[in-house]
Unconditional design. Structure first.
Length: 260
């Protein structure tokens, strides 16, 4: 089993436990369940930077990134910096996140929020809505075509946008369907953790223009974004680069200023 297999196995147990503790009817009664969502795709289309900034305490590739920054400050800092959206890691075991982080981010800013999670069950999409997300992430490598269709259509029914993450051509080919909004190319090989922007460059021409193109992982400098923009990428997910500093918001502000 590779690390992704371990994460998914643990996630199935976690979701089963959560479902036994909090029924879907309780999620649907959340105050946030009825809120109007904010469109990330719209923000990205109207942006010159395309930055989606992440709140992430730990990662599989870098272990601890930053345990000291609180979500409230990070969310407000990112919003003041002018990012297009904020990605919030909600996986606890491997990334040190939680749904409470999503809830606090929602209370702290008006940015479109992406729930960054290993979604393997419809229940998690209802959770995303109940805790204030605007966008969900679906990872093609851990889902079947039927699941991608089911999950993305459920999300659209809840007015959530869908970012589908791919790593290669096979994942793209099985995943293209009208219920997606964005297709993100993860430049990190989840089996080896090696990062290469060539992955985004190679797959760019294969992604239909109906979908907004996002590049994820390994984007740590302005040169990377300038290199990817000619390939049609409108969004760039950046996590560790901002989170490893003492002030993620200020770091994002400086980055965006230099980019323009």
């Amino acid at each position: 089993m590779n690390i992704l297999d371990h994460i998914v196995a643990d996630k199935r147990k976690e979701v089963d436990l959560r479902r036994s503790l909090i029924p879907t009817s309780q999620l649907e009664q959340s105050v946030l369940f009825e809120r109007d969502t904010v469109s990330l795709t719209e923000r990205l289309r109207n942006s010159t930077s395309g930055i989606i900034a992440e709140h992430k305490r730990r990662s599989q590739s870098k272990s601890v990134i930053n345990q000291n920054l609180n979500v409230f400050d990070v969310a407000q800092g990112y919003e003041n910096a002018g990012v297009c959206g904020m990605s919030v890691l909600t996986d606890a075991k491997y990334f040190g996140g939680s749904l409470d982080d999503l809830l606090l981010a929602r209370a702290s800013c008006q940015l479109p929020l992406l729930r960054k999670e290993f979604i393997i069950h419809p229940y998690q999409i209802l959770e995303a809505k109940a805790y204030g997300a605007d966008v969900i992430l679906l990872i093609a490598s851990i889902l079947s075509k039927v699941e991608i269709k089911q999950f993305s259509e459920l999300a659209k029914g809840l007015n959530l946008e869908v970012l589908l993450e791919i790593h290669n051509e096979d994942e793209l080919n099985k995943s293209v369907m009208p219920s997606l909004d964005m297709i993100g190319v993860n430049n990190r090989n989840l089996k080896t953790f090696e990062v290469s922007l060539e992955t985004s460059k190679h797959l760019s021409s294969l992604i239909p223009n109906d979908f907004l193109k996002i590049s994820e992982s390994g984007i740590s400098n302005i040169e990377a974004i300038k290199a990817l923009k000619p390939y049609g990428y409108r969004g760039f997910l950046i996590g560790e680069n901002f989170m490893k500093t003492d002030n993620a918001g200020e770091s994002a502000r400086t980055f965006i200023k230099e980019l323009q």
